[in-house]
Design a binder for this molecule. Structure first.
Ligand code: MRU
Length: 345
C-alpha cells in the first residue's frame, strides 16, 4: 500500500504570501481554511486553537516568523532586526505548554538574524525545512512505534495527534496509521477528550477521511475498557517531555497512565525530539496551560452571581515510570531501562 494512502489531511498551507490555517474549531462540520497574512494573525490562530497540537503550533509559528520578517524588512530594511522582536514575543505568548513553539522560534531566530541582505528567502527556506522534517519524523516514528507494538486486537488513543496536530501524518496517530497499513482489523478506540473534544471531533474525522474505523469512548470509560481487556496499548503524543522523561500531554493522559498500569496495558508516547525540553529537568517544572473556565462551565453558570466555578487545566504530567516506551524519530527509549540522553545530538 502507498505510504500516503492513510494521510490526506493538511492543517497548514503556505501560499507564497500567506499561511492558510485549517480552522479546527469548525471541524468536523465545516472544513474551512483561514488566511493569515501577519504574525499577529498567526499568533491569534494559535491562541484561539484554530491550529493546535504541539508540532503544528511550532510549524505555524515558523511561518508566522516568515510573515513578520518579510514585512519588517520591506518596511525598514535598516532596522528590521529590532522590529521583529515584538513579533517573536507575540508568537511566544500564544500558548505556554507545547515546547515545539519555542523550539521553532529559536530555530527561526538563529537563521533570520544570521541572514545578510533580504532575510525573507532564508526564513521561508527554514520554515519549510521545519515543516518537511516534521512529516519525515512522523513517518519514521510510525515505523518504529508499529514495530514495538506488533500484533494487537485493540488500541486506545487520546486527544488528536494526527495530521491535524502536526505537519502531516501524525505522531501517535501516525503509529496507528502505520499499524493499520500493515495489519488492519484491530479496533481503534478514541477518547472524547473533554473539554475541547479533540478526540470526538478531530481524531474520528481524520480516521474517517482515511477509511479507518474508530470507536469513540467517553474519557470516563477508559479504565472499564482496559478492565475488559479490549486494548493492549494506549498510544498518545506529547506537548513537552522533560529531560527525565516525564511527559506533559493533554489533560487525562495521567489518568490513562494510572489505569493502564493497574490493568497491565502498555503506554506509548510518540513525539519528535523537538518536543524534548532539555532545559526542564522534570515534569513538575513544565508550565501547564489553564484555559478560560467558560470553555468548561455550562452557560447557565457563567453569571456574575453564580456560586459555581471551573478549573480548566488543559494538560497534565505523566511521570516517566508509568511510560513503557517513548518513540522519537531518533529511536525508542524505555524509561527505567534507558535515558533520553541517548537521543541527544
Ligand atoms: O490543546 P491541544 O489540542 O493543542 O493539545 C494537543 C495535545 O495535547 C496533543 O496530544 C499533543 O500536542 C501531541 S500532538 C502531536
Amino acid at each position: 500500500m502507498h505510504p500516503s494512502a492513510h494521510d490526506r489531511v493538511r492543517p497548514l498551507r503556505w501560499t507564497g504570501t500567506a499561511l492558510e490555517v485549517l480552522d479546527q474549531r469548525l471541524l468536523p462540520d465545516r472544513c474551512a481554511y483561514r488566511r493569515c497574512t501577519t504574525a499577529a494573525k498567526v499568533a491569534e490562530a494559535i491562541a484561539a486553537m484554530q491550529v493546535r497540537g504541539a508540532p503544528a503550533i511550532g510549524i505555524a509559528a515558523a511561518y508566522g516568523v516568515v510573515l513578520a520578517v518579510c514585512q519588517r524588512f520591506r518596511e525598514a530594511p535598516q532596522t528590521w532586526r529590532q522590529a521583529i522582536e515584538a513579533d517573536f514575543e507575540r508568537l511566544a505568548r500564544s500558548r505556554p505548554t507545547a515546547v515545539n513553539l519555542f523550539w521553532a522560534l529559536e530555530r527561526m531566530r538563529r537563521v533570520v538574524l544570521a541572514a545578510e541582505g533580504d532575510p525573507c528567502p532564508a526564513a521561508l527556506a527554514e520554515a519549510e525545512r521545519i515543516h518537511a522534517e516534521d512529516v519525515a519524523a512522523n513517518r519514521r516514528m510510525g515505523e518504529l512505534g508499529a514495530e514495538v507494538i506488533g500484533d494487537l486486537s485493540g488500541i486506545l488513543t487520546h486527544c488528536n495527534t494526527g495530521s491535524l496536530a502536526t505537519g502531516g501524518f501524525g505522531t501517535a496517530l501516525g503509529v496507528i496509521r502505520t499499524l493499520w497499513q500493515r495489519q488492519p482489523g484491530f479496533t481503534v478506540h478514541a477518547t472524547e477528550t473533554r473539554p475541547w473534544n479533540q478526540g470526538a471531533r478531530l481524531t474520528l474525522w481524520e480516521l474517517e477521511q482515511d477509511g479507518i474505523p474508530a470507536m469513540l469512548i467517553a474519557d470516563s470509560a477508559a479504565a472499564f475498557l482496559m478492565r475488559q481487556e479490549r486494548v493492549q496499548w494506549v498510544v498518545v503524543g506529547a506537548d513537552r517531555i522533560a529531560a527525565n522523561g516525564d511527559v506533559a500531554n493533554k489533560i487525562g493522559t495521567y489518568a490513562l497512565a494510572v489505569a493502564a498500569r493497574r490493568h497491565g496495558v502498555k503506554l506509548m508516547v510518540v513525539a519528535p525530539t523537538s518536543t524534548i525540553d532539555w532545559n526542564t529537568p522534570h515534569g513538575g517544572l513544565i508550565p501547564i496551560e489553564e484555559r478560560d473556565p467558560a470553555e468548561l462551565l455550562p452557560a447557565y453558570y457563567q453569571r456574575e452571581d453564580s456560586l459555581a466555578g471551573a478549573w480548566n487545566p488543559v494538560f497534565d504530567v505523566t511521570p516517566a515510570d508509568l511510560i513503557s516506551a517513548i518513540v522519537t524519530e531518533k529511536g525508542v527509549v524505555r524509561p527505567g531501562r534507558d535515558t533520553l540522553e541517548t537521543l541527544r545530538d
